[in-house]
Ligand binder design. Structure first.
Ligand SMILES: *[C@@H]1O[C@H](CO)[C@@H](O)[C@H](O)[C@H]1NC(C)=O
Ligand SMILES: *[C@@H]1O[C@H](CO)[C@@H](O)[C@H](O)[C@H]1NC(C)=O
Ligand SMILES: *[C@@H]1O[C@H](CO)[C@@H](O)[C@H](O)[C@H]1NC(C)=O
Ligand SMILES: *[C@@H]1O[C@H](CO)[C@@H](O)[C@H](O)[C@H]1NC(C)=O
Ligand SMILES: [Zn+2]
Length: 417
């Protein structure tokens, strides 16, 4: 009886949240999530046709095709082009709105910060604050920059007291630059928690070796917008209020800006590169913060969901001078991660140009080019449709923790610190 009452109560709150209070929420009701494989030209024809019908088309390119969110009234067109272009289509979710609602519902029942639900930006920042207070002798809250809506880009510096003679090498973690890749901030806070609370001597050694600067969500406005309005939002929200707003913050850095996999159309839902390099306050302020760091050994960026490890440069197949080292360190990192769950092997390591698709204006390329940082990586975590079951966040959290350990171990072997 009591149970039934509670159930009814939650149902009302839950649907009220979706349809009433938050009436702007995009439900994606009856949108299918479809994996398409085949020839690249055919895939591009398909994307362009669908985009022509609906300029907020959600897609994500993969090694052998793309994953596309297909609106109910685009299905006929979709099927036609699949046939004429000889593509293969596999429906991964029949109604993506069910996944979105499930993720949202988790939040209602579980307000205390944890890794069994996805939390909004204020809760993530609350967690950072709490950790900086609980472990005040080891860590401090840091501000890496500002957002369009006036948020700070908050991070945690973890720098345990070490020997006084030399400063520790800095490891920088940038996460969540793409708003909808929710697993990235979640695994990053998980990793912070591991660094600060684990008793595993390998992890405490990992913590003590470096001066960590860890930013779980460097696109906080976009994340909040994805959390509260549009689950598939990827960009910043600059120019919010006009009919087309936001830019892709990982196409906005000042290195080869605007060249590959970038759009100059402000209405492009996914890859508008911004009006100029560093047009976005998030990338502009964060890049200044990064430039200021001396002794930067490693720059690591977390995305999802291609399950891959990428090295610079993303828009070229030319090999950088320590490419072989990066591959060796990256392989060990992936091996350590795979040992945890033995679930899915990551692709790579390799350049995006080699193993995914060419993209310009990303943070990793700018850091490597501008600062000559020795170890630079982008980890594409796992998932379907940017979704990862909240009850299994710990899986990727543990994988990432081991990946960082593998990276540090192999880099030390090669004499990087
Ligand atoms: C499409 O599917 C068929 C049958 O499963 C397979 O033989 C073919 O290799 C697939 N083509 C592509 C491009 O994935
Ligand atoms: C703050 O951290 C402590 C120690 O880990 C934990 O017990 C407490 O629940 C946390 N509080 C919040 C609000 O996260
Ligand atoms: C710590 O690392 C060593 C050496 O790589 C390994 O043999 C050991 O199993 C690790 N310990 C734990 C608890 O993972
Ligand atoms: C760079 O460092 C200087 C000197 O410590 C400081 O005054 C300045 O605010 C820093 N700039 C940024 C963007 O962090
Ligand atoms: Zn991404």
């Amino acid at each position: 009886m009591k149970f039934l009452f509670l159930f009814a109560f939650y149902t009302i709150v839950y649907f009220g949240f979706v349809s009433g209070v938050d009436s702007g929420y995009r439900t994606y009701e009856n949108y299918k999530y479809i994996k398409v494989q085949g020839d690249r030209t055919g895939i591009e024809i398909l994307k362009l046709a669908l985009q022509d019908k609906d300029d907020s088309l959600v897609y994500s390119d993969t090694r052998d095709g793309a994953e596309i969110v297909v609106a109910p009234d685009s299905e006929i067109l979709f099927n036609k082009i699949i046939a004429t272009e000889n593509l293969n289509a596999t429906v991964l979710y029949n109604d993506i709105s069910e996944i979105i609602l499930m993720e949202k519902s988790m939040r209602r029942r579980n307000r205390k910060f944890s890794w069994t639900a996805y939390f909004d930006i204020d809760d993530i920042y609350g967690f950072l604050r709490n950790m900086s207070e609980t472990y005040s002798e080891w860590s401090e809250l840091i501000v890496g920059g500002q957002s369009y809506q006036g948020r700070s880009i908050l991070g945690l510096r973890i720098n345990t007291p070490g020997s006084k003679d030399s400063p520790k090498p800095v490891v920088f973690i940038e996460s969540g630059i793409h708003a909808r890749e929710w697993i990235a901030p979640a695994t990053t806070t998980y990793f912070i928690n591991e660094l600060l609370t684990s008793n595993d001597p390998n992890i405490t050694a990992l913590r003590d070796q470096f001066d960590w600067r860890i930013f779980p969500s460097v696109n906080p406005d976009g994340y909040h917008y994805s959390y509260t309005v549009d689950r598939f939002w990827r960009k910043t929200v600059s120019g919010f209020g006009s009919s087309c707003f936001g830019a892709d913050p990982n196409r906005n850095w000042n290195y080869n800006w605007g060249q590959f996999s970038s759009s100059n159309n402000p209405c492009d839902y996914q890859i508008y590169a911004g009006s100029q390099p560093f047009s976005e306050i998030e990338t502009r302020t964060l890049s200044s913060y990064i430039e200021n760091i001396s002794n930067l050994l490693a720059y690591i960026s977390f995305h999802s969901k291609a399950a891959m490890l990428l090295v610079p440069y993303s828009d070229s197949t030319k090999r950088i001078d320590n490419y072989d080292d990066l591959i060796q360190v990256g392989k060990t990192s992936l091996d350590y991660g795979y040992e945890v769950n033995k679930k899915e092997r990551y692709g790579g390591p390799g350049t995006a140009a080699e193993i995914l698709y060419k993209a310009s204006g990303g943070s990793m390329d700018w850091v490597r080019y501008t600062l000559a940082t020795p170890l630079v990586y982008t980890y594409e975590l796992r998932g379907n449709s940017f979704h990862w079951p909240p009850s299994r966040i710990y899986e990727q959290g543990d994988e990432v923790t081991q990946m960082m350990l593998g990276l540090a171990t192999e880099a030390q072997k090669l004499g990087y610190y």
